[in-house]
Design a protein around this ligand. Structure first.
Ligand code: CP
Ligand code: NVA
Length: 306
């Protein structure tokens, strides 16, 4: 098991499956009376350079349910790399807390925190990836479909952080990952490449398309995310135009398998990337998925900090 949780691609299929199994176990344990306090006396420092609902609350609740506690450090307080170097923030926080969770713009800041911290670092989203989301996503697929291997998992939208981690998880678990993005917004070559080695071992595949209708044909899972991620707000209008035709709506859903499930990492921009009808419809599992952030992260916390 890696010392930090920075990228899904740092895992082997076995260690990643181990996190999924532990998440399922901790979820069942919570439901049958509460979690054992395996993180008693441990405190997680949570460094945020961007807003959050799910990540902030689920990590805080996860720490408390495992017997520990968490500290929220807002963008204004730390100013990673501004008020103080990232290396010094990592060194100082390591003297106070048992683990650091960070949400940053630059992925290099996540890497620097991990390099200079003497405690485990967890990536709570960067401009490259979102590995906590990817773990919860595949936990949700596993619960609703009974397996991940061999499924056609289709991501419709921006080839950005959420897509990176979903692909890397699919690569480890042997799924057929399909991503449809407008030209200019495709998943980057580096992220694609990093998944190729595990994919060759597990039988996973990747297809990159520009046509969402071709992508969702025969899909078991349809996934979308915002067209304008945090930090890209100035591009919102231009992106709305570029992503025209990439909305997950009833017309697109009709092309997928009838029992396809719909995922969205949230926050959703209703009636932009996904319609109310789909998000609130019978195939949507987005709130199960949001809940699973809690269970998935407990597996990460317990495996790194207990
Ligand atoms: N999905 C997700 O990470 O949500 P937040 O930005 O609210 O944490
Ligand atoms: N791609 C989105 C994900 C939010 C959880 C963003 O980076 O804003």
């Amino acid at each position: 098991m890696p010392r930090h949780y920075l990228h899904i691609s740092d895992h082997t299929p076995e260690s990643f499956q181990g996190l999924l199994d532990l998440a399922l176990k901790l979820k069942a344990e919570l439901r049958s009376g509460g979690n054992a306090p395996v993180l008693k006396g441990k405190i997680l420092g949570m460094v945020f350079q961007k807003p959050s609902l799910r990540t902030r609350v689920s990590f805080d609740v996860a720490m408390r349910q495992l017997g520990g506690d968490a500290l929220y450090l807002s963008p204004a307080e730390i100013g990673l790399g501004g008020r103080e170097s990232v290396a010094d923030v990592a060194r100082v926080l390591s003297r106070y807390v048992s683990g650091i969770m960070a949400r940053t713009f630059s992925h290099q800041h996540i890497l620097d925190l991990a390099q200079y911290a003497s405690v485990p670092v967890i990536n709570g989203l960067s401009d490259y990836n979102h590995p906590c989301q990817g773990l919860a996503d595949l936990l949700t697929v596993l619960e609703h479909k009974g397996r991940v291997k061999g499924l056609r998992i289709v991501y419709v939208g921006d080839g950005f952080n959420v897509a990176t981690s979903l692909w890397h998880g699919c690569a480890l678990l042997g799924a057929n990952f399909v991503i449809a993005s407008p030209r200019g917004y495709e998943l980057g070559a580096k992220a694609v490449e990093i998944g190729q080695a595990p994919a060759a071992a597990t039988g996973a595949t990747i297809e990159r398309l520009n046509d969402p209708r071709a992508a969702v044909a025969g899909a078991d899972v349809i996934y979308t995310d915002t067209w304008t991620s945090m930090g890209q707000e100035a591009e919102a209008a231009i992106r709305r135009q570029a992503f025209d035709g990439f909305q997950v709506n009833a017309g697109l859903m009709a092309l997928a398998k009838p029992d396809a499930i719909v995922l969205h990492c949230l926050p959703a921009h209703r009636n932009e990337e996904i319609t109310d009808e789909v998000m609130d419809g019978p195939q949507s599992v987005v709130f199960d998925q949001a809940e699973n952030r809690l269970h998935a992260q407990k597996a990460v916390l317990a495996s790194l900090m207990a």
